[in-house]
Design a protein around this ligand. Structure first.
Ligand code: ATP
Length: 289
């Protein structure tokens, strides 16, 4: 068994280095069962995750504390995008779930409601952005507007075609205003997706997760592959790069996204905000109270 002191060393590099999308990368070539940069096994991940969850929770609390105790308005936004069964829900539960919900702003984006359809596609996105000191989590996102919308021809190509640049401008402004964006594109193989959908049909406690439309979407995988490829090529920027996450092994995708979060938070160089009162005097007052 790996000693706890060695656990973080199970990563050969920061996962970011392996997972960031690079020009020329092809969705068709993603090895969805790979574990890039991690030299441990599933059992190592089970040991490592609680420790890293704790580190993540500590950093999240520091981010939150800074927005209360100082005029620090920075925030973080985690964008989870992936086909059905890629494991977005598992990231929310097992990774983000380690943090204090007080500082998390979670939003799942489904088919736009009647009200949302009255507005431009970024309207609902802007309303869900994390306030200062919070970590926003997008379970699906504005990228649906160049994925499902493109595959299903919900708007004409000239309309969705403009969105790539619009999204880049939108994200650039967010970053300039102090939000660190982490984008995770989650990929499972068609075989693994079939296994996960079958499990939902075999278990009454999973029926609620099964949506017959998922099978229709599965049949459109080549069109989705094309749409994901265009999304990665056109919206991976130096200020908000995409990360390509292989998701056939849930333990790996959770650990990888957890490290991306920790890396981003550590990059903010956070520390506990100093007391804005006289600690000594307050101790004395309290002792006599
Ligand atoms: P999930 O599939 O994410 O686990 P779910 O099955 O519970 O969630 P919802 O979250 O209600 O379903 O909706 C997800 C569906 O909404 C997906 O099929 C997605 O493609 C679709 N969707 C999201 N955004 C848009 C959009 N802008 N236009 C059309 N459809 C969208």
């Amino acid at each position: 068994m790996t000693s706890p002191a060695d656990l973080p060393k199970l990563w050969t590099h920061e996962p970011h280095e392996y997972l960031v999308f690079r020009d020329g990368d092809k969705v068709a070539n993603i090895d969805t069962s790979a574990t890039p940069g991690f030299k441990g096994k599933k059992s190592d991940a089970a040991e490592l995750q609680p420790e890293r969850n704790e580190r993540f929770a500590q950093l999240q609390e520091m981010l939150y504390a800074n927005s209360r105790g100082t005029d620090d308005t920075r925030s973080v936004l985690l964008v989870l995008q992936g086909m059905d069964t890629a494991g977005k829900g598992g990231i929310v539960k097992h990774v983000v779930g380690a943090a204090n919900p007080q500082g998390i702003r979670y939003t799942g984006f489904g088919v736009p409601t009647e009200e949302e359809r009255k507005h431009a596609y970024l309207w609902r996105i802007r309303r869900a952005l994390p306030p200062a000191g919070h970590i926003g989590v997008f379970d699906r996102s504005h990228f649906e507007d160049v994925l499902v919308v493109r595959v299903h021809n919900i708007v004409p190509p000239e309309v969705w075609g403009r969105r790539y640049d619009e999204i880049n401008r939108f994200e650039r402004k967010l970053v300039e205003d102090g939000t660190t964006i982490i984008k995770a594109a989650m990929f499972v193989s068609l075989d693994e997706q079939k296994a996960r959908l079958s499990e939902r049909l075999d278990r009454p406690d999973k029926y609620w997760k099964y949506n017959p439309a998922d099978v229709d979407e599965r049949l459109r995988w080549p069109a989705y592959q094309e749409a994901y490829q265009a999304m990665l090529e056109r919206t991976s920027t130096d200020y908000a790069p995409w990360h390509v996450i292989p998701c056939d092994r849930k333990w790996y995708s959770r650990l990888a996204i957890l490290e991306l979060l920790i890396e981003a938070l550590e990059g903010l160089n956070l520390s506990w905000p100093p007391a804005d009162f006289d600690v000594k005097a307050e101790k004395k007052r309290l002792a006599n109270a």
